[in-house]
Design a binder for this molecule. Structure first.
Ligand code: PLP
Length: 461
């Protein structure tokens, strides 16, 4: 039996209507969208689990903050409030604001990398890897093997395999590895956390080899929650103290505030005092690419909402309700026998489309079709994270055939109710019950890059 989620430590003040189209209308809409959920109109979606990025609901305190926007071009008071929040909640002394996460990644990698530098990461994230490569870096995956196996149970699938990092140092030499980049709650692995014990070991290793650590802290609060409930050493430690501890292992960080920042737009880089030189470089670059160093592409009111969002997110009761809502959807589906990525991650539920639709060849895009079927069944929008997203190998022109062929159901923060989760689960179970009759897909239009956004398909046969 699915475990009931913990109650949310807030109530609803304002509502936004959503449309439940008829089955006929949904079938027409997904066909017109070329079986690609990115091409659906938001108006035709009943429950939108496409992404948790910028889709959350702000608190009354954040909305009140919007009215206190200081839209001065330089030195906005909201910027200084943001700096105070980053210091209080995360411990960083120095802040460079950016319009969102990828703006920060662009500045960071351009500032620190040289052509051919090796950039070890715990799995990859699309924009992070892209910006590292644009700056001349060569991505290497150092996450533990379990992260690539959907059914493998491990409490910290986001951990680094120290042997993989050591092997890179042996092969390339530490001088070609200026930075290791780690992300909490690893998105592409299913929202899987790292442990502080692992982080400590990585830090020790890196210090011995004069390698610095950058953290992509986009989903740091959800990782902090998992540390509190899964790592016994921290069971009596507050979320804020855990956040400080995680950040203390890093030499630089950045955040897409659209996730754990609890805002619809925003981002920043955070650095400790001792990295003033790098901070100064980033501060000089931000004025070229984003905006003045006291707003970085955000309006004053956006910085105020973020300053308040960081304080909202660091509450155990909020995180417990958030993660347990995700876990509730996961266990409803697990109870029905549906194959999933285990254990459940912090921000979403990932369906193992290969096992769900074993009769569909990976080159007929089982995850793409599964996402389309889930929409047709109930108006629930999800995202393919498999063969279509992985793209083609530029050398061979073949599909990349990633090990993970997944459909991602990401839960926006503070937006949906338990009834919505039940409804989404029932829609997916409906698809599960008729899975054998579902055909694969073929391309009718395939864009040359990042094809998943705009590709169009039709059913095979
Ligand atoms: C979303 C995300 C980014 C990119 O941030 P944007 O705000 O979408 O530009 C970078 N890293 C991780 C881990 C993310 O989840």
């Amino acid at each position: 039996m699915a475990k009931r989620p913990f109650p949310e430590p807030y109530k609803i003040k304002m509502v936004e209507p959503v449309n439940l189209r008829s089955r006929e209308e949904r079938e027409r809409a997904i066909k017109e969208a070329g079986y690609n959920t990115f091409l659906l109109k938001s108006e035709d979606v009943f429950i939108d689990l496409l992404t948790d990025s910028g889709t959350g609901a702000m608190s009354e305190n954040q909305w009140a903050g919007l009215m206190l926007g200081d839209e001065a071009y330089a030195g906005s008071k909201n910027f200084y409030h943001l700096c105070d929040s980053v210091k209080d909640i995360l411990g960083y002394d120095l802040v460079v604001p950016t319009h969102q996460g990828r703006g920060a990644e662009h500045l960071f990698f351009q500032a620190v990398l040289h052509e051919g530098d090796i950039v070890p990461m715990n799995m990859y994230f699309t924009t992070t890897r892209q910006h590292a490569e644009l700056a001349g870096g060569v991505f290497k995956d150092i996450i533990i093997d379990e992260a690539h196996i959907p059914a493998a149970e491990h409490p910290f699938k986001g951990n680094v395999d120290l042997r993989k990092l050591e092997a890179l140092v042996k092969e390339f030499g530490a001088e070609r590895i200026p930075w290791v980049v780690l992300a909490p709650s690893v998105n592409m692995a299913g929202g899987q956390p790292f442990s502080i014990a692992n982080l400590r070991e990585v830090r020790q290793f890196c210090e011995a080899h004069h390698i610095k650590i950058a953290l992509d802290i986009t989903r740091i609060a959800e990782n902090a929650y998992f540390i509190k409930v899964r790592e016994p050493e921290f069971k009596d430690t507050s979320i804020t103290e855990i956040l400080h501890t995680i950040c203390s292992f890093s030499d630089a960080s950045w955040m897409s505030a659209k996730k754990d920042g609890l805002v619809n737009i925003g981002g920043f880089l955070g650095l400790p005092e001792r990295e003033f030189e790098l901070f100064d470089k980033l501060r000089n670059m931000v004025v070229v690419y984003e905006g003045l160093h006291t707003y970085g592409g955000m309006a004053g009111r956006d910085m105020e909402a973020l300053a308040r969002g960081l304080r909202d997110v660091a509450h155990f009761e909020y995180l417990r309700a958030r993660v347990s809502q995700v876990e509730y959807l996961h266990s409803r589906l697990a109870d029905a026998g549906i194959p999933l990525v285990n254990p459940c991650g912090g921000h979403g539920v990932f369906l193992d489309a290969r096992s769900f639709l074993p009769h569909i060849d990976q080159d007929e895009f089982p995850a793409q079709m599964l996402a389309a079927q889930i929409y047709a069944a109930g108006g629930v929008r999800s995202m393919e994270r498999g063969n279509v997203s992985a793209g083609r190998d530029p050398k061979t022109g073949e599909n990349r055939h990633p090990k993970l062929e997944l459909v991602r159901l990401t839960i926006p923060r503070r937006v949906y109710t338990q009834t919505h989760m039940d409804y989404a689960a029932d829609s997916i179970i409906e698809v599960w019950e008729k899975r054998e009759s579902i055909p694969g897909l073929k391309f009718v239009y395939e864009p040359p890059i990042l094809r998943f956004f705009q590709a169009r398909f039709e059913p095979v046969g």
